[in-house]
Each structure stands twice: as structure tokens, then as C-alpha cells.
Design a protein around this ligand. Structure first.
Ligand SMILES: *Cc1c(COP(=O)(O)O)cnc(C)c1O
Length: 409
């Protein structure tokens, strides 16, 4: 019997605790784990006996959280990290080194493009696409390319990646496709099922849903890793399809020290329970808000759900009738964008997304403050743009709040 998403979310890979019957994840708030004998400890270290040694290396609360995400994303395994940026950076550095290249979408989340500037200091070059099409990615591939990197829906450009087509392109070149699924979540799309090989999330956003913890996760599919193309994985080649994950755990999470706190994994797991309900409601609210704002004069609305959006068809096909919880408004000038934000009374002016509450920000003066003109142009960030992450409030109250602020701006 195969269950549907909302049922799997609550039951799959998440049975009540065997020892106690507890229905929520226990919090194993410990740094280290004692073994009875020196022989046992030696066996655990050698991987000959199952067990935990130290929370930077592994922890039962993290393992529960990872099993749930792996099941939801239909992956063969997952590894959690201290933040979404730790998940992004560790997932890439696991296979990329000096002299290698990455082909990436030009409209990435600001933190990721900032990381990619930093990677240049390690001798890693990122070639950005002009647009989010397979042809544009093909033009960025060279002998040195190690992976293709994209987001499901670019933030805040809201361009949609054709995951199946990009996977085909990547695989034709023996490359893995990395997809950041933070904005859409597995409720809208499971990139691995469409051919992607590594899925990354900032779990600080919609996976958590309450904005109470920062966290990240990497979920992997069945890519045929080979040590010739990916020499860093040679040490782990005995693990076959799990070699990427084995190295990610030992070299990236344990050595770089980027483990998630068990308490944050617990809180995020509680939020995850309601992901399907929250996404359904927030997508519905986003559609209503986009349609409503469009009836107002002197504002341009960008939302993949609007029938005349150039992204509409691909979004409809790929996200099973949903269009996400993010929209942007162009108000004509930075002054008007600021006035609009200041006149909102419900929506919070904050830098994150994917909260139960509706959130707005002016990306030009904040997240993209240190970005170059070229980066801002590529990411679709203009000085009159306001990004909206729609929450689960009562729809009519949101429409009133936005209507009032647009009229007064
Ligand atoms: C927020 C975000 C990240 C980074 O995650 P943190 O948890 O803030 O470190 C990465 N990708 C996307 C698309 C995001 O929105």
C-alpha cells in the first residue's frame, strides 16, 4: 500500500519510539556516548558495531530527522547540517576542489552567490547562466565542470528550473544535478524523482515553518559516482552509490564541524509534521494575493501562478498545480517600495522566507547589499522590488493589509 504525501509525512520513517512508545522524536541532547568496554568502543569507531561516538559525527535525534527527509524526498539517504548554507557549502566541497568548475543558475539565493564568491578564493570557478534554460547551462559546461547547480524557483527572480531537462543534460556529461528545493519543498516537487542527484534544503524555512531554528539537509539519489571523475570519493568507493554520503558525513560534517544541534532537529521535526497543510494554505493565499495585487494600479506582480507568467506552464507541469508561496511586487521606485513596506501592518519586515507568517523584504538594500550590479541584474533584483513570502493567515486579512499599503504607498 503506498500512501499519499501528507500521510507519508506523518507516518513514513517515523514510527513511535520502540522503547517507550513516544510519538514525537526524543531529544538526545548529548555530546558523547559511553560504551561498556574498551573493546566495544574500538568496534564502534571501526564501524564493526553500530552505535554513536560523538554528536559532531552522529546523533539519534539527527538520524530520525534525516530518515524522515530522505523518505519524503525519495532519496537513498540524507545528512543534516547546522544551517542551509552549511548544507550548500558542504554538499559542493564534498566533490569539488581547486581547478574545478560549477555551472550554476544566474538567479541564486543571495547567500549562495556570496558563498560562490568565497569559493573563488579556493580556486573553484562558478560559471553562471544568463537564464534558467538547459541551453544556457550547456553553454557553461567545460572539461572542468563537476556539477550543475540550480534552485527549483529562483529567489527572488521566481524563474522555474526544468529539473528533468537539466538532469538529462547533466547525465549526458556524466555530471550530477544539484537542486536547492528550499522554496518549493518536497510537497511541491521531489527533484530526485525527476532525475536530480543531490537535493539541498535550508530547513530554516518552510520545512520548519515557524522560524524557530536554523538548519539544513542534503538528500542524495542514486548517481553512479566514479572515482576517476570525482577523485575525492576514491577513499569511499567501497560504499558504491553511498560513497558521496559517506564522505559528506566523515569529511564534511565531522571534519569541518558543521553538525546540526539535536534540539534544533527536534523543533524542525515538529514543524515538519504540518508541512503539507501549511504549504497548501500558503500557496492558496499566494495565488489570491498575486491575483488581487494585480488589480491594483502602478504595481507589477510576478508570480508563477499567474496565467500570463512566462514560468506558468513549466510550474504547472512540475509542481502539480501549485505555484509556491513567494511573489514579488515592483512598485516603480525604492521610495515607494519602502513606503509600501512601512504601511503594512500584518506582514513582518524580515529577511527569511517560509514562515507561517507573511514576510516581506526589500532585497536590493538588504540581502543583495554587497552584490555587484551584474549579480543583481542576473538575479532580477531591482531597487523597486519587494519580495513577499506568503503565510497561512486568513486570506481576506492579507488582501486588506496589502490593498491598504498599496493605496497609501
Ligand atoms: C535561506 C536559504 C538558504 C540558506 O539557508 P540558511 O538556513 O539561512 O543557512 C539556501 N538556499 C535558499 C533557497 C534559501 O532560501
Amino acid at each position: 500500500m503506498s500512501y499519499r504525501f501528507a500521510t507519508r509525512l506523518l507516518h513514513e520513517a517515523f514510527p513511535p519510539d520502540k522503547a517507550t512508545g513516544a510519538t514525537t522524536s526524543s531529544i538526545c541532547q548529548t555530546a558523547a556516548y559511553a560504551q561498556e568496554t574498551a573493546e566495544d568502543m574500538a568496534k564502534v569507531f571501526a564501524g564493526k558495531k553500530s552505535g554513536f561516538v560523538y554528536t559532531r559525527v552522529g546523533n539519534p535525534t539527527l538520524a530520525t530527522f534525516e530518515r524522515r527527509l530522505a523518505a519524503l524526498e525519495e532519496g537513498i539517504g540524507a545528512l543534516s547540517f547546522a544551517s542551509g548554507m552549511a548544507a550548500v557549502s558542504m554538499s559542493i566541497m564534498n566533490i569539488v576542489g581547486a581547478g574545478d568548475e560549477i555551472a550554476a543558475s544566474g538567479s541564486l539565493f543571495g547567500g549562495t552567490s556570496s558563498l560562490f564568491r568565497e569559493l573563488a578564493t579556493y580556486g573553484i570557478r562558478v560559471r553562471y547562466t544568463e537564464e534558467n534554460s538547459p541551453d544556457a547551462f550547456a553553454a557553461c559546461l567545460t572539461e572542468k565542470t563537476k556539477l550543475i547547480y540550480t534552485e527549483t524557483i529562483g529567489n527572488p527572480k521566481l524563474d522555474v528550473a526544468d529539473i528533468g531537462a537539466l538532469a538529462e543534460l547533466a547525465h549526458a556529461h556524466g555530471l550530477p544535478l544539484f537542486v536547492d528545493n528550499t522554496v518549493t519543498t518536497p510537497y511541491l516537487v521531489r527533484p530526485l524523482a525527476l532525475g536530480a542527484d543531490v537535493v539541498i534544503h535550508s530547513t530554516s524555512k518552510a520545512i520548519n515553518g515557524n522560524g524557530n531554528s536554523v538548519g539544513g539537509i542534503v538528500v542524495v539519489g542514486k548517481f553512479p559516482w566514479n572515482a576517476e571523475k570525482f577523485p575525492k570519493l576514491a577513499e569511499f568507493s567501497a560504499f558504491g552509490p553511498m560513497s558521496y554520503l559517506a564522505r559528506l558525513s566523515a569529511r564534511m560534517r565531522a571534519d569541518f564541524g558543521s553538525a546540526l544541534s539535536p534540539f534544533n532537529a527536534y523543533l524542525t521535526g515538529i514543524g515538519l509534521d504540518t508541512l503539507a497543510l501549511r504549504m497548501e494554505r500558503a500557496c492558496e493565499n499566494a495565488m489570491a494575493l498575486a491575483s488581487y495585487c494585480r488589480t491594483k494600479e502602478s504595481v507589477k506582480v510576478n508570480y508563477p501562478g499567474l496565467p500570463d507568467s512566462p514560468e506558468h506552464e513549466l510550474a504547472r507541469r512540475q509542481f502539480a498545480g501549485h505555484y509556491g508561496t513567494m511573489l514579488t511586487l515592483s512598485l516603480g521606485s525604492q521610495e515607494r517600495a519602502f513606503r509600501f513596506i512601512n504601511h503594512l501592518s500584518l506582514a513582518l519586515n524580515v529577511s527569511n522566507i517560509g514562515d507561517a507568517r507573511t514576510l516581506v523584504i526589500h532585497p536590493w538594500s538588504t540581502i543583495f547589499l554587497h552584490a555587484s550590479e551584474e549579480e543583481k541584474a542576473r538575479a532580477g533584483v531591482t531597487d523597486d522590488l519587494v519580495r513577499v513570502s506568503v503565510g497561512i493567515e486568513d486570506k481576506d486579512d492579507l488582501l486588506n493589509d496589502f490593498g491598504n499599503a498599496l493605496d497609501k504607498a
